[in-house]
Design a protein around this ligand. Structure first.
Ligand code: ZN
Ligand code: ZN
Length: 376
């Protein structure tokens, strides 16, 4: 049997022809996107921009969605590009770069130079010749905003906003650096980049609040900073009806974590009546906290050098019968404590040495993970 093998020249010709067909389809999409933009389709769902609408509905990347919007909304103003694209003389990517240069008011001379550049150089040229006018800067500055919106049941928040480039880069750098720090300290805690960045943002907010506490002449240093109301009759450890005074509702994980942090006062309720019950003894007494901190001197997780926001933690949780005893408490850094243990469900191996604590993975259901170097 003889197989027909295409030559390099034939393959290349096919590649180019297919790209021409892609351009043809993209132009049709761009025309549709332009109509969606004029019809304000973004208002029909939660999208803030047409690009966002296109991105979510067509399942394309942010860059592709932005390109489609750019071509769709500007193609009509530039007849040459329009004609070249329709005739298949330029690719869709080339049209995007050309239109972007035209939109940033490139001169005819510059446009001629750009036509001779490869796409990457043409894109770079675009970034370097982008000039911000005073008016541009004012409007970027005026558009700045940040919103933290709680869900109706106050179980979670959505955060979004927009800031000018310089401030955005500053925020991004700070968040990324803090997230990387967490990863260095806890390489074996499984988190993705987005999760670590969210953790970083929380840590930064916590730092800011702590600084305020330090600056204020606190008449009651180390005293409770929040009050939590819990159902005094509650016995089930897997769900709680706890509520922070003037704040969000919290689940068992957050409650347990707040109790370790110490800056909390627990009030047991029966109906709406405060009662004296075991609930109020759930926070670690200050003297025990101090003694544990003195004994441990730093995070006790094996290999961790962090001294960031050290806190005592119950090795056997209160909800599983663990008590505020020295042997049941160990010092951990904020990331190991808050993120790895309480949020992600890792727990401390009670059999690990007191200064070199090991974490057990969440799926080990409070059992021990066999380790290759452990004796059988
Ligand atoms: Zn804890
Ligand atoms: Zn640690």
């Amino acid at each position: 049997m003889v197989r027909y093998i295409r030559t390099t020249a034939e393959l290349t010709a096919d590649l180019v022809e297919l790209e021409r067909q892609i351009a043809h389809l993209r132009v049709q999409q761009a025309v549709i996107v332009n109509e969606l933009d004029r019809g304000q389709a973004r208002l029909t769902d939660a999208s803030r921009t047409t690009a966002e609408y296109v991105q979510s509905h067509a399942d394309v990347s942010t860059a592709t969605a932005r390109d489609l919007v750019l071509v769709g909304t500007t193609m009509g103003h530039h007849r040459t590009v329009n004609r070249d694209l329709a005739a298949g003389r330029i690719t869709f990517d080339r049209a995007v770069v050309t239109l972007a240069h035209l939109a940033s008011h490139a001169s005819d001379e510059e446009m001629a130079q750009i036509a001779d550049l490869n796409l990457e150089d043409a894109r770079r040229r675009l970034a370097s010749r982008k000039r911000l006018t005073l008016g541009d800067e004012h409007s970027l500055h005026a558009r700045r905003h940040f919103t933290a919106q709680p869900s109706l049941d106050r179980t979670h928040y959505r955060l979004w906003g927009e800031v000018p480039g310089y401030e955005g880069a500053l925020i991004e750098k700070a968040v990324v650096e803090r997230a990387d720090e967490f990863q260095r300290q806890s390489p074996d805690v499984a988190t993705n980049r987005g999760q670590r960045q969210a953790d970083a943002l929380v840590a930064m907010a916590q730092d800011s609040l702590d600084r305020r506490e330090e600056e204020r002449d606190d008449p009651n240093p180390g005293g409770p900073t929040v009050t939590v109301f819990v159902d005094a009759r509650e016995t089930e450890p897997t769900e709680t009806a706890a509520e922070v005074a003037f704040g969000p509702r919290v689940g068992p994980v957050t409650l347990e974590s707040m109790l370790c942090s110490g800056s909390v006062r627990v009030v047991g309720l029966e109906g709406d009546q405060p009662v004296s019950s075991s609930a109020s003894s759930r926070a670690i007494p200050p003297a025990v906290r101090d003694a544990v901190a003195l004994r441990d001197g730093g995070c006790t997780i094996d290999g961790c050098r962090s001294r960031y926001r050290l806190q005592p933690h119950h090795i056997t949780p209160w909800s599983h019968g663990g008590r505020h005893e020295m042997d049941n408490l160990t010092t951990v850094c904020w990331y190991h404590h808050h993120v790895a243990i309480h949020r992600s469900g890792y727990h401390i191996d009670p059999e690990s040495p007191p200064r070199r604590r090991r974490l057990l993975r969440p799926d080990s259901s409070r059992g021990r993970i066999p380790r290759s170097h452990d004796p059988p």
